[in-house]
Design a protein around this ligand. Structure first.
Ligand code: GDP
Ligand code: IMO
Ligand code: MG
Length: 423
């Protein structure tokens, strides 16, 4: 099994890369997260953003798994499938998507609770995507949640309705002002559960391990990224799942011994949506310009992404905890035309100490920047590494030396063909 992971704060271009390389695999499998993800894929000049559907979906021969470590919102999933079928009428998702019976469900009240907590000053505001992710995962850990397999049991409707009634009452009692009618959200939920039943819901661990033993190739698709990992990210400003290579193993039920290549995706700069530490953040007009140039607006929520220079201490940490075997660097085209490009090599902490690998990453870590000579050429139509400007080649060599891994691919635009294989 090979794995594709985000190494920064999400939105590194995982969807584009997976769409490209999934043709080499028999199976792509999502192992974590839910509808908080937004993986954009451009095909024939049109763009779609996938949330739960694995990014191998456009390869007709590839089977797509939504694995055990994920959380599935049936309402959002139904809309996503409908959207996919509008985008590409030739796709038959029921035949091509297999869902873990052990994946957990996101209920409509989880979404409402997420909104409530984000908007209530009594709680820490994380800047979530408001998809009920933390609420579904926390109920899983509390052992109070429903799973995909439960939808086939005769008492599912009454068990789910009990939870909806209970949580709805709590929100009402807590004074949540804008609450849709309970009947409305319940109906929409049970309709969507009926839709979910059209899909093959099975023991994906057994399916995947059988496939491996038959010599089939699996590509695990990470959502979010290392710095948003529940354990290793910038807690509490993180997501609620394991976003790392070990998360792929546990989320799919595949032994770590079976892991091969680990592709780490990083932008040539950094972005972040939501709150939390971001040492290299550019809060000035220059950052605003880069946001426009890179079209840095959330694929999922449309929020403007925060922008910053490439952060090597954070990247070194992400490479280390994941055991990344090769880097895929995206959005090099966005930096084209700059006289110099900043890279943070160290942090200076409040007590004056210097850190070269991100630890806890306090809010006030001061970035120490190295300035590299920028590149000016329009990269977007380049087909060969020999065309790359020397300054960009130097930038890549510098990253390889610092991170001690090769840069295997360089992405130079959102399009499917706009990527160069370097190794
Ligand atoms: P993901 O969540 O990691 O799949 O990334 P997103 O799809 O949320 O965000 C990446 C955005 O950058 C999308 O709009 C992509 O179409 C776009 N993109 C990906 N690679 C490149 C690249 O090399 N250059 C440019 N300009 N855009 C890119
Ligand atoms: P992809 O897979 C970028 C961020 C949110 C927020 C924090 C918690 O497209 O890279 P959550 O809704 O998960 O409880 O929000 O995590 N976040 C993402 N940021 N890309 C994502 O996914 C994200 N998924 C969650 O903005 O800061
Ligand atoms: Mg995204």
């Amino acid at each position: 099994m090979d794995i594709v992971l985000g190494l920064q704060w999400g939105d590194e271009g995982k969807g584009k890369f997976i769409d490209l390389i999934s043709e080499k695999y028999d199976i792509t499998a999502r192992f974590n997260g839910g509808a908080n993800a937004g993986h954009s894929i451009e095909r024939n000049g049109r763009k779609i953003t996938l949330k739960m559907i694995p990014s191998g979906i456009f390869m007709k021969e590839v089977q797509n798994i939504i694995g055990t470590g994920t959380v599935i919102d049936p309402v959002s999933f139904k809309k996503e499938i409908q959207n996919l079928q509008i985008f590409d009428k030739t796709i038959q998702p029921e035949g091509n998507i297999i869902i873990s019976r052990k994946a957990h469900l996101v209920l409509p009240t989880h979404r409402l609770l997420d909104i409530f907590m984000e908007e209530n000053p009594a709680y820490t505001t994380i800047g979530t995507t408001k998809n009920g992710i933390a609420q579904a995962y926390s109920n899983k850990i509390l052992r109070q949640n429903l799973r995909v397999g439960d939808i086939f049991s005769p008492d599912f409707q009454s068990r789910a309705q009990h939870i909806l009634d209970r949580d709805y009452k709590m929100l009402k009692d807590e004074g949540m002002i804008v609450l849709p009618a309970l009947e409305e959200i319940s109906k929409e939920f049970f309709d969507a559960v009926g839709f979910l039943k059209n899909f093959n819901c099975t023991e994906t661990e057994i399916f995947l391990n059988t496939a491996l033993s038959e010599g089939k190739k699996i590509l695990a698709e990470g959502s979010q990224a290392a710095m948003l990992d529940i354990d290793h990210g910038t807690y509490p400003y993180v997501t609620s799942s394991s976003t790392t290579a070990s998360g792929a193993s546990s989320g799919l039920g595949i032994s770590p011994k079976k892991i091969g290549e680990i592709y780490g995706i990083a932008k040539a700069y950094c972005t972040r949506v939501g709150n939390g530490a971001f040492p290299t953040e550019l809060l000035d007009e220059f950052g605003d310009d880069l946001r426009m140039k890179g079209n840095e607006f959330g694929s999922n929520t449309g929020r403007p992404r925060r922008i910053g220079w490439l952060d090597l201490p954070a990247l070194k940490y992400a490479v280390m905890i994941n055991g990344v075997t090769q880097l895929v660097l995206t959005k090099a085209d966005v930096l084209s035309g700059l006289k110099s490009v900043g890279v943070c090599t160290h942090y200076e902490l409040k007590d004056g100490s210097i850190e070269s690998v991100a630890g806890i990453l306090p809010e006030n870590a001061k970035p120490i920047l190295k300035w590299m000579t920028g590149w000016t050429a329009d990269l977007s139509n380049m087909k060969n590494i020999s065309e790359l400007p020397q300054e960009l080649t130097d930038f890549l060599s510098f990253l390889e030396a610092e991170l001690e891994i090769p840069v295997g691919y360089l992405s130079i635009g959102p399009g499917r063909e706009q990527i160069l294989k370097l190794k």
